[in-house]
Design a protein around this ligand. Structure first.
Ligand code: AMP
Length: 547
């Protein structure tokens, strides 16, 4: 017997409808590529998203065609989020930090029909447009008078002229909630990038989950600044959860330096911000020397790579801002776990609470996870056993776009498919998961595993160290030994011996790195994460001392 409740498909268009009707006067503030601040409301987002839908309808695209963006976090990008997906087309957000050749490869692989880009990326488009063989329409996200006359890009239109001609009356179509809504290519550190193809259903379920109190805890009282880019995993789903809760959105545009972010946090009375650790490093680096304080920021979600304990402590103890450590991946829409305390932890001493906060957190309802050994045998959730982390759930990838890479899932004894995250982790009896490492970054020394994250966390706790990356180097006896590659804070000094001394008593002796390599910068990937593959290439001639 089926239930007798109404069966409305979960569609992204309903989010912006809801925001328009219930939070119509809530502000969306954007720092534009032009440098000025733009502000309007959900009511106008909804109207202009419908204009986008009408303008797209005029292009005679087929249901499910891909419309690409190469854009910063901003209001026009938000309108495309709703206008494109709401029409039954697929929003393909491209990471502009990728190499132009890779951008062209991705656009061709996705078979993008339309490409909308911020003017900061005009040079990239000029370089690659002739290679993007499927793109028929080029839209520059700017006013008509900002459009360059001789761009060399055939048929280039300004976004404002394009949607300006379109009506803001549009009835969002109703279709199967499993229809594809947006796509994002993985960083692709090895081989060609592969795309995760999200659906309306997966996006709405993720948006509900992300807003929960023990996840991002978003509400109509929040002013939210996503530093996480809208070109990578939909800014962790914040634009959708924002429309669902009616929180104010503050978009930083291209200005991601500490000073610009700090100014926006203060001027827009931001209560909640989200980003990868490298961004917060820059923010704290700007605030500390100038003795600046936050007047409204209460919580910040940090994820994408391991958040160093020193950063959690700095936010918490020095600025009174709660850090929520989060873990996820492109293939997971992206949220998998978030770290918040349980009631029983509230009476624990601060240092005990800190041990919990350092973990990547508890699974969100909808995400099932387990750790397994090399034979696929389930490992206990005792906080000690570590193994490959597998996940399943309604917003987790089943297969890559176009079936690239074959069937990625690992089947269990009941025939259920689990997605292998490529991370190595422990899970404690309370369900808190802690990433030990990426499976390819873990250092195998004399049959034991050393967590590169642990080694890095100790280095960045040293007052002179700004950034640290630990990699394994071949060793004749131990197979591999860890070294730590560090960037010093401007004007700070520390010697190799002092830093190695700093490890004493903080970790087992055999886990202390064998050497310290000082560098000016650590290569970062397109999503702001340390690129250890590149670092290994740079250090390929490096030899351990005394070997
Ligand atoms: P991406 O799909 O590019 O967002 O990368 C996902 C990967 O980033 C995960 O599989 C992890 O290896 C890593 N990652 C994300 N969040 C965290 C975190 N909080 N701590 C450690 N690693 C993380």
């Amino acid at each position: 017997m089926l239930g007798l409740m109404q069966n409305q498909p979960l569609l992204i268009s309903s989010l912006i409808d809801f925001a328009e009707h219930h939070h119509g006067d809530t502000e969306i503030v954007s720092r534009r590529v032009e440098g000025d601040i733009h502000r309007y409301t959900y009511r106008e987002v909804a109207q202009r998203s419908r204009q986008v839908a009408n303008a797209l309808a005029g292009m005679k695209l087929a249901f499910g065609d891909r419309v690409a963006t190469l854009a910063w976090n901003g209001y026009r990008h938000l309108e495309l989020y709703f206008g494109v997906s709401g029409s039954g087309l697929v929003l393909h957000t491209i990471n502009p930090r990728l190499h132009p050749e890779q951008i062209a490869w991705i656009a061709n692989h996705a078979e993008d029909q339309v490409l909308c880009f911020d003017m900061s990326f005009l040079p990239i488009i000029q370089a690659v447009h002739s290679k993007c063989t499927t793109v028929k329409h080029w839209i520059a996200l700017c006013d008509a008078d900002k459009l360059p006359k001789d761009s060399g890009i055939p048929g280039l239109q300004s976004y404002e002229a394009w949607i300006g001609k379109a009506s803001d009356v549009f009835n969002w179509p109703e279709f199967d909630e499993n229809t594809a809504s947006s796509m994002c290519y993985t960083s692709g550190t090895t081989g060609n990038p592969k795309a995760a193809l999200y659906s309306h259903r997966s996006t709405i379920l993720h948006a509900y989950a992300a807003a929960l109190p023990d996840v991002m805890c978003l509400s109509a009282r929040d002013s939210v600044l996503p530093v996480v880019p809208m070109f990578h995993v939909n800014a962790w789903g914040i634009p959708y959860s924002a429309a669902l809760t009616g929180c104010k959105l503050v978009f930083p545009g291209p200005a991601l330096d500490g000073k610009s972010i700090y100014e926006l946090l203060e001027s827009e009375r931001v209560t909640y911000a989200a980003g990868v650790p490298t961004i917060w490093q820059m923010l704290l680096g700007h605030m500390k020397p100038a003795g600046l304080r936050f007047s409204t920021l209460k919580r910040t979600v940090i994820g994408g790579s391991a958040c160093p304990p020193a950063m959690i402590t700095a936010f918490n103890d020095e600025y009174g801002v709660e850090v929520l450590h989060a873990w996820g991946m492109t293939e997971m829409s992206p949220l998998g776990t978030l770290c918040t305390l349980k009631n029983k932890h509230l009476s624990l001493p601060a240092e005990e609470q800190m041990k919990i906060r350092l973990k990547q957190g508890r699974a969100i309802f909808g995400v099932d996870m387990k750790i397994v050994d090399h034979d696929g045998k389930r490992l206990p959730h005792d906080g000690k056993a570590y193994g490959d982390l597998l996940v399943r759930g309604p917003w987790i990838l089943r297969e890559y776009f176009k079936g690239e890479g074959g069937d990625p899932l690992v089947k269990d004894n009941n025939g259920l498919g689990w997605f292998p995250t490529g991370d190595v982790a422990t899970i404690d009896p309370d369900g808190y998961m802690q990433i030990t490492d990426r499976s390819k970054d873990v250092i195998k020394s004399g049959g034991e595993w050393i967590s590169s994250i642990d080694v890095e966390n100790i280095a960045v706790a040293h007052p002179a160290i700004a950034m640290a990356a630990c990699i394994g180097v071949r060793h004749p006896k131990w197979d591999e030994r860890p070294i730590v590659v560090v960037v010093k804070k401007p004007g700070a000094e520390v010697s190799r011996e002092e830093l190695l001394q700093f490890y004493e008593g903080k970790t087992a002796k055999w886990q202390i790195p064998d050497d310290v390599v000082f560098v000016d910068a650590i290569p970062l990937g397109a999503t702001g994460k340390m690129l250890k593959t590149k670092l290994r290439e740079v250090l390929q001639d490096y030899k351990l001392p005394n070997t």
